[in-house]
Ligand binder design. Structure first.
Ligand code: NAD
Length: 463
C-alpha cells in the first residue's frame, strides 16, 4: 500500500520503517529539516535497536523516502499516519497544535480518498477535531461536497515501548483500531485490516471498536502502567520504614496471576515522553468533565516525590550541604536502550545535586549527546552549576575523584561491575542505587555502603 507518515520521531519512524519492511511504499515527512537530512544521509536521528538496519534495507529497496515536502507526502499516501508529538500544554492537557496542523495540511493538499490515521496519543474527541479541520480546508478549496475528496479518520494508538520499539511493532500484543460505522469508515477499516494483515498471521491481534473508545484505550493503558509503578514505589518507601525487602514482596505478589510480575519494579520514579504527559492529560480531560481522577492525581504526586528519593537518601547519608562532593551518575536516559531524555529522573537528580553544591560526573551509553543538550537548557540560568557538571565518555571516567556512585538508569552494562575496582576508585565505598541492581547482602559483605529503594537490609544489618 502507499503510506505517508507525518512526523519522523520515535513512533513515526518506527511505524514507517516497519511498514516499509513488510513491503509497503512509505513516504515519511517531517517539519524538522535536520532530522530529514540525517535520514537522507543514511543516519537515524534517534537510538532504537534494529531501526537503522531496517531503514538501510528498505531505503536501498526504494520502499522508504524522507522529505520535508508536505504536498508530495499528502499526494503519496492512500493512508496518512499522523505521528507528531502531543506534548503537555501549560495546564497539563495535550497540546494538539501539531496534530491539527498535520490535519490542515492533509486538507490543503489531498486530491483522492484518504484514510487518516491518528497514531499520536490524543484525547477523546480528537478524531472529530481532525475531521473538522480537514473539512474546513476542503470547504476553503470549494471541495466540500466533492466525491473525489472523501476521507475517514480512524484512531490507531501506538503501544510500542522505546528501546524495544521495532520488536513491539513487528510483534504487537494488540492492534487497536477505532473507526466510524458510515460507508467511509467501513472502507477505512477494511484498508487498515489489509495493512495490518501481515501482523495477524499467527492469530488475530486487531481489536476493532468505535473511535472514542480507541482514543481512550491508549490513555487508560498508560494510566494503569503508571499506577503500578507509583503503587510499588509507595510500597517500597513503606518497606524502607518497616524493614521489609520490596524485591521479596514483588516476587510474593507477582506470583499471583491476577497481579503478574511485569511492571512491578520500585525505583526512582517514571519519566519518558508518555506516562507523565498522558497521566496529566487524562486528569485534565476528567476535570473538564467535572470529574476528579483521584487515583491518578495520587499516582502523579507519588511519582513527583519519588524523583527526589535518591537525593533524600544522599542528604540523609552525607548531610544537606554537598559542597566539595563529587558524584558519579550512571544512566541519564529515562530508561535503558533509548536516548530519550524527556522527563528523565536524572534531570531532577543532577539539578538537585548541583544546587546543593556538588560536582557531577555523568555517563550514559547512548544518551550523552541528548543529555548535553537538555541539561544545558535545564541549567541555562545557572552557569556556575553547569560548570560543575562533567560528561564522561566511559563508566570508569565518572569515578575519578568521586565520593559516591548514583545509579539512575538500569543499563545492562551497570549490572555486574568489578566491585573491588569501584572500591579502589571511590573516595569511600558508597553507592546510591535508584534501580535496585545489586544484592544488599552482597554489598554489605563487600564492605560497600549501599542504599537502594525499599530494601533496608544493608542499613538494618548495623542495628
Ligand atoms: P517525537 O517528538 O519523537 O516526534 C514527533 C515528530 O513530529 C518530530 O520529529 C516533529 O518535528 C514532527 N512534527 C511536528 N509537527 C509536524 C508537522 N506538522 N508535520 C510533520 N512533522 C511534524 O514524538 P514521539 O515520541 O514519536 O511521539 C509521537 C506521538 O506518539 C505522541 O503523541 C506520543 O504520545 C505517542 N506515542 C509515543 C510513544 C513513545 O514511546 N515515544 C509510544 C506510543 C505513543
Amino acid at each position: 500500500m502507499k503510506i505517508s507518515i507525518i512526523g519522523t520521531g520515535y513512533v513515526g519512524l518506527v511505524t514507517g520503517a516497519c511498514l516499509a519492511e513488510i513491503g509497503n511504499d512509505v513516504f515519511c515527512v517531517d517539519v524538522d529539516p535536520r532530522k530529514i537530512d540525517i535520514l537522507n544521509n543514511g543516519g537515524v536521528p534517534i537510538h532504537e535497536p534494529g531501526l537503522q538496519e531496517i531503514i538501510a534495507r528498505t531505503r536501498a529497496a526504494g520502499r522508504i523516502a524522507f522529505s520535508t515536502d508536505i504536498a508530495t507526502s499528502v499526494a503519496h499516501g492512500d493512508v496518512q499516519f499522523i505521528a507528531v508529538g502531543t506534548p503537555p500544554d501549560e495546564d497539563g492537557s495535550a497540546d494538539l497544535q501539531y496534530v491539527l496542523e498535520a490535519a490542515r495540511n492533509i486538507g490543503r493538499y489531498m486530491n483522492s480518498f484518504k484514510v487518516i490515521v491518528d497514531k499520536s496519543t490524543v484525547p477523546v474527541g480528537t478524531a472529530e477535531r481532525v475531521r473538522a479541520v480537514i473539512e474546513e480546508e476542503l470547504a476553503r478549496r470549494g471541495l466540500a461536497d466533492s466525491p473525489a475528496h472523501r476521507f475517514s479518520v480512524v484512531s490507531n494508538p501506538e503501544f510500542l515501548k522505546e528501546g524495544a520499539a521495532v520488536d513491539d511493532f513487528m510483534r504487537p500484543d494488540r492492534i487497536v483500531l477505532g473507526s466510524d460505522s458510515d460507508e467511509a469508515g467501513l472502507r477505512a477499516r477494511d484498508w487498515m485490516k489489509r495493512l495490518y494483515a501481515p501482523f495477524n498471521r499467527n492469530h488475530e491481534r486487531m481489536l476493532t471498536m468505535d473511535v472514542r473508545s480507541a482514543e481512550f484505550t491508549k490513555y487508560a493503558a498508560n494510566a494503569m502502567l503508571a499506577t503500578r509503578i507509583s503503587f510499588m514505589n509507595e510500597m517500597a518507601n513503606l518497606a524502607d520504614r518497616v524493614g521489609a525487602d520490596i524485591e521479596a514482596v514483588r516476587r510474593g505478589i507477582g506470583s499471583d496471576p491476577r497481579i503478574g510480575y511485569h511492571f512491578l519494579y520500585a525505583g526512582c520514579g517514571y519519566g519518558g515522553s508518555c506516562f507523565p504527559k498522558d497521566v496529566q492529560a487524562l486528569i485534565r480531560t476528567a476535570s473538564e468533565m467535572g470529574h476528579n481522577l483521584r487515583i491518578l492525581e495520587a499516582v502523579e504526586a507519588v511519582n513527583h516525590e519519588q524523583k527526589e528519593i535518591l537525593v533524600n537518601k544522599i542528604v540523609a547519608a552525607l548531610g544537606p550541604d554537598l559542597t566539595g562532593r563529587t558524584f558519579a551518575v550512571w544512566g541519564l536516559a529515562f530508561k535503558p536502550n533509548t536516548d530519550d531524555m524527556r522527563e528523565a529522573p536524572s534531570r531532577r537528580v543532577i539539578a538537585q545535586l548541583l544546587a546543593r553544591g556538588a560536582s557531577v560526573r555523568a555517563y550514559d551509553p547512548v544518551a550523552l549527546n541528548e543529555a548535553r543538550r537538555v541539561l544545558a537548557m535545564d541549567l541555562a540560568d545557572a552557569p556556575e552549576q553547569q560548570a560543575r557538571l562533567h560528561f564522561a565518555c566511559t563508566q570508569d571516567e565518572t569515578l575519578i575523584g568521586a565520593d559516591a556512585i548514583v545509579i539512575i538508569t538500569e543499563w545492562k552494562e551497570f549490572k555486574s561491575p568489578d566491585f573491588m575496582h569501584l572500591k579502589s576508585m571511590l573516595k569511600s565505598p558508597l553507592i546510591f542505587d535508584g534501580r535496585n541492581l545489586y544484592e544488599p547482602e552482597a554489598m554489605t559483605e563487600l564492605g560497600i555502603d549501599y542504599h537502594s529503594i525499599g530494601r533496608p537490609y544493608a542499613q538494618l544489618a548495623d542495628i
